[in-house]
Design a protein around this ligand. Structure first.
Ligand code: AMP
Ligand code: ZN
Length: 464
């Protein structure tokens, strides 16, 4: 039985979908105003694991991910400039609707390239905010009709005091919410936690649409309510994102959706991924710690090394990034690659899974996606002399891990230049029958993390 930690109950729960055999899943996607950093990418790797685990458990998964290309203001509390307009200024581009679209499409493309390289499966449905304005306006009309909205000079606001479950997801202490870092008390707001559904009277905002509430553009949260309901229905199974979304974005999404449909709960399981930490803080798009996947690739780390690094920590634990820690993941990933190549070359020894590795692996991942334990089981299995069908087991594990086992080939296994040079010297030493020097060089190679086998075809190296 698949168990998932549900933020709503703060407990692990058995996963029971609304429609047996099916799982509807919505993931808050990127705001396309910059490249994704590897912290963002950690969130998408966790969601990919969740989707693969659902698939492994034979659910027919319908995964939907949005692309935010309008309406996400610089602060989550409806303040500041649109992030995309800020990006235009940052890149020295003349502000225009076309330039904003072009910029959004460029970063959307870069994001899709990143996730492909990380073996993150494409959601079944991608949806852009700017292409769902009609659905957002319709939803806002329902919220308004049901008495949850009020007008101010800056647009239409959601009255959070009218929604009785508002504090539920974030276990918020609403009385303590004051104007401050997160909440700037707009004098016209009835409650500090109220938020914008539709923003008007911002003549400088490039993208504006006509609506019953005046010419304007959507607040950030409404797009996820409108698009998830459109594609997954008024109630669905799973919603996920990073933990920063709990107190504001997801809380507001719930309020809007339930206020519009009158159905509670809107979503049954809420899953949230913890942060990637750099230095002492969470990795963020501003600051020194802005590391992209390209930064890693340029430094010689394959994208799947980063995926392996992320799987080494449970998604609900903070993960501290450092290049030393990434080196350890690189080493392990290379060792796995060389093991897989060896298994592919030797051919599969017949055998059965008497030790029950597959069921133990399934148990680990079904226990709230315990990837560190799943990786540990993978290594135990590879070391176990009694297991014959290692490659087929690995391929089965890789349906979830997504480490590219099927495609690992000899050409991917790159022996570093310095080791290649040592191998050449050792070959010369052996030709001269200088066994002492040959052994010394072997030790040097070992210190670089490789072992040498002397075969009929010559020297062969393996990752130790
Ligand atoms: P954004 O593009 O800023 O909307 O963020 C995309 C996703 O990345 C969201 O689910 C965030 O919660 C998540 N996220 C942002 N920063 C981090 C971080 N340092 N570690 C992990 N996830 C993050
Ligand atoms: Zn969202």
């Amino acid at each position: 039985m698949l168990k998932l930690y549900n933020t709503l109950s703060r407990k692990k729960e058995d996963f029971k979908p609304i429609n047996p055999g099916h799982a509807g899943m919505y993931c808050c996607g990127p705001t396309v105003y910059n490249y994704a950093h590897i912290g963002n990418l950690r969130a998408y790797i966790f969601e990919d694991i969740l989707r693969r685990v659902l698939d492994f458990n034979a659910f027919d998964v319908k995964q939907v991910m949005n692309i935010t290309d309008v309406g996400h203001l610089a602060s989550d509390a409806d303040e500041g400039e649109d992030k995309l307009m800020k990006a235009l200024a940052r890149e020295g581009k003349k502000p225009s609707v076309e330039a904003m679209k072009e910029l959004a499409r460029m970063y959307e493309g870069a994001f899709k390239k990143d996730i492909k390289q990380l073996n993150i499966l494409d959601p079944l449905i991608w949806c852009r905010a700017t292409e769902h304005i009609k659905e957002m306006i319709e939803l806002i009309k329902k919220i308004d009709k049901n008495g949850y909205a009020y007008k101010t000079s800056s647009g239409l606001m959601f009255d959070t005091s009218k929604f009785k479950y508002y504090a539920e997801l974030g276990k918020l202490k609403l009385k303590d919410l004051k104007a401050g870092a997160r909440i700037k008390l707009d004098k016209e707001k009835k409650n500090p936690s109220d938020f914008a559904l539709w923003i008007t009277n911002q003549p400088n905002h490039l993208m504006q649409w006509e609506s019953e509430f005046g010419k304007g553009f959507p607040g950030w949260h409404i797009e996820c309510s409108a698009m998830s309901i459109k594609y997954l229905g008024e109630q669905f199974d799973i919603h996920c994102g990073g933990i920063d979304h709990i107190p504001v974005h997801h809380t507001n999404e719930i309020a809007q959706s339930e206020a519009a449909t009158g159905k509670h709960p809107w979503v049954n399981y809420w899953l949230h991924g913890e942060f990637l930490i750099f230095g002492k803080e969470k990795m963020a798009k501003s600051g020194d710690g802005f590391i992209t996947l390209k930064t890693l690739i340029d430094k010689g780390y394959g994208p799947l090394v980063y995926r392996y690094f992320c799987l080494g920590a449970h998604y609900r634990q903070q993960l501290t990034f450092s290049f030393e820690a990434l080196d350890a993941a690189k080493n392990a990933y290379e060792k796995l690659t060389s093991k897989v190549i060896e298994l592919k070359e030797k051919g599969e020894k017949a055998g059965s899974d008497d030790m029950g590795y597959l069921s133990r692996f399934a148990e680990a991942i079904n226990d709230d996606l315990n990837t560190p334990q799943a990786l540990a089981l993978m290594w135990d299995m590879l070391k176990d002399e009694d297991v014959g069908n290692k490659l087929s087991l690995l391929l089965e594990f890789d349906r979830i891990l997504g480490l590219g086992v099927k495609d690992m080939k000899k050409e991917d296994f790159k022996v570093p230049k310095d080791v290649l040079e040592l191998l050449k010297k050792r070959d010369e030493a052996r030709k001269k029958k200088d066994w002492k020097l040959s052994d010394e060089i072997r030790d040097g190679i070992k210190a670089s993390g490789f072992s040498v086998l002397d075969t009929k075809e010559g020297q062969k190296v393996e990752k130790v």
